[in-house]
Design a protein around this ligand. Structure first.
Ligand code: SF4
Length: 411
């Protein structure tokens, strides 16, 4: 590896980190002010991205890899051993110094650190933990830290990640075990799930200790999350949603991130040639939202899918579910329980809570709903208000243009 300065490493390792989900800004258009025109720059990115804290705040993170060299050869990964990309590696000290420098300049509020596997899983995990330890203990860093852990590493090292980080991620990588053994043969679904299970137990223990003793140290207070690559194997959206629901139930995850597979240079022949539509990733996030906030089971979300098991791309899955369950609608906003209000397409949690609070005082009319929600036009066919009953029967309503989801594995 040629000698690179920190800036060059940052350019390589921030770019390599863009494949890790949880970032809202990595796909932005490149703009800069070279030539003295305009102000500000989005190019070359250099690792600052945005994530959302558990309380909903948007926070800027320095998002980088410790290294993009890896001894593993996962087919879908640009950093795999056989990939022909330019490599770079930070030392733990360099990451600490960069984080502090960015923090002091008020560029960031925290660090998101992931890594390829350097010599061994344990060695890599030691380096990742050392960054977080040094930030917390040597520099009393109070910013947000999100660490991607390596499930093959010694459980004590994975545990140490939770001691220092706000959030830890353990990636399941692919929705099915078959997909994982085909595309990431060096990884083991059992080890990944074992690490998640251990992390869940440690997080619960930490929360319990904190509840009993004020002085108890925090352990991964923002919980654990995972990431699934979508479209690299043939798993359907129904299978993906079912897998995600199982992970939420079993391991108490805060988030499952979906990352649409993107074709990479020198791609392996076992991968599809085309990327899945980005809208697919968006629909999966909406389906995920249905499970986490709207009270749908994964089986109900699967009912939104078409015959191939995939969610429609042209309408959101909550609307797709409503169109398949026309007998549920219209829902009376002045009488229906919260669970039923949450099933109305276009009505979110906040709007439902506002409706429940407002209807204590009076019977709600359409004009009231217009003040409490943003999308009344979409809602009208699905609800009854004091002065409104839809005349267009829900069974005549089908807002979908006829389009088809792309075939990922077409010849
Ligand atoms: S272990 Fe991680 S970095 Fe290495 S090839 Fe697999 S996905 Fe890529």
């Amino acid at each position: 590896m040629s000698q690179l300065d920190v800036r060059q490493k940052l350019a390589i390792l921030a770019d390599a980190a863009k494949y890790d989900a949880s970032c809202a800004s990595s796909g932005t258009k490149a703009r800069d002010s070279r030539g003295g025109t305009g102000m500000g720059s989005t190019a070359p990115g250099m690792g600052i991205c945005h994530a959302y804290a558990p309380d909903g705040r948007c926070i800027s993170l320095l998002k980088i890899l410790l290294t993009n060299s890896c001894i593993f050869d996962c087919h879908y990964c640009i950093n795999r051993k056989s990939s022909n990309v330019r490599r770079a590696r930070f030392t733990a000290r360099e990451v600490v110094d960069l984080t502090l420098a960015f923090y002091r300049r008020n560029y960031i509020e925290g660090l998101f650190l992931s890594s390829g596997i350097i010599r061994s899983s344990n060695y890599t995990m030691e380096q990742i933990v050392e960054v977080a330890r040094s930030l917390r203990e040597d520099h009393d860093f109070r910013g947000y830290i999100h660490l991607k852990t390596i499930p093959d590493a010694d459980p004590e090292l994975v545990h140490q990640a939770g001691v220092h980080a706000d959030r830890v991620s353990i990636n399941v990588e692919l929705p099915t075990r078959a997909g994982l053994s085909r595309l990431a043969p060096e990884k083991s679904a059992e080890r990944i799930e074992g690490a998640m299970k251990g992390m869940k137990a440690a997080i619960l223990d930490g929360a319990d200790a904190k509840a009993r003793y004020k002085c108890a140290p925090e352990f991964a207070p923002a919980g654990q999350s995972t990431q699934m690559i979508v479209g690299a194997d043939a798993a359907t959206d129904s299978a993906i949603v079912q897998r995600a629901a199982g992970l939420y139930d079993r391991f108490g995850l805060r988030r499952v991130y979906y990352s649409a597979f993107s074709p990479i240079p020198d791609a392996s022949a076992v991968l599809p040639l085309v990327r899945p539509p980005l809208m697919r990733e968006h629909r999966l996030y909406q389906a995920d939202w249905m499970i986490r906030f709207y009270g749908f089971s994964s089986a109900e979300v699967a009912e939104s899918a078409d015959g191939s098991g995939n969610l429609p791309l042209d309408i959101d899955p909550k609307l797709a579910w409503a169109l398949k369950h026309r007998e549920t609608f219209p829902v009376d906003v002045n009488r229906a329980p919260r669970e039923l209000l949450l099933r109305i397409p276009g009505l979110g949690v906040r709007a439902v809570d506002r409706i429940l609070a407002a209807r204590v005082h009076r019977r709600l009319r359409l004009a009231d709903l217009a003040r409490l929600t943003r999308s009344l036009a979409r809602l009208r066919p699905f609800l009854i208000a004091a002065d409104w009953r839809p005349t267009l029967l829900a069974d005549r309503l089908d807002p979908r243009p006829k389009t088809e989801q792309l075939e990922l594995f077409a010849a």
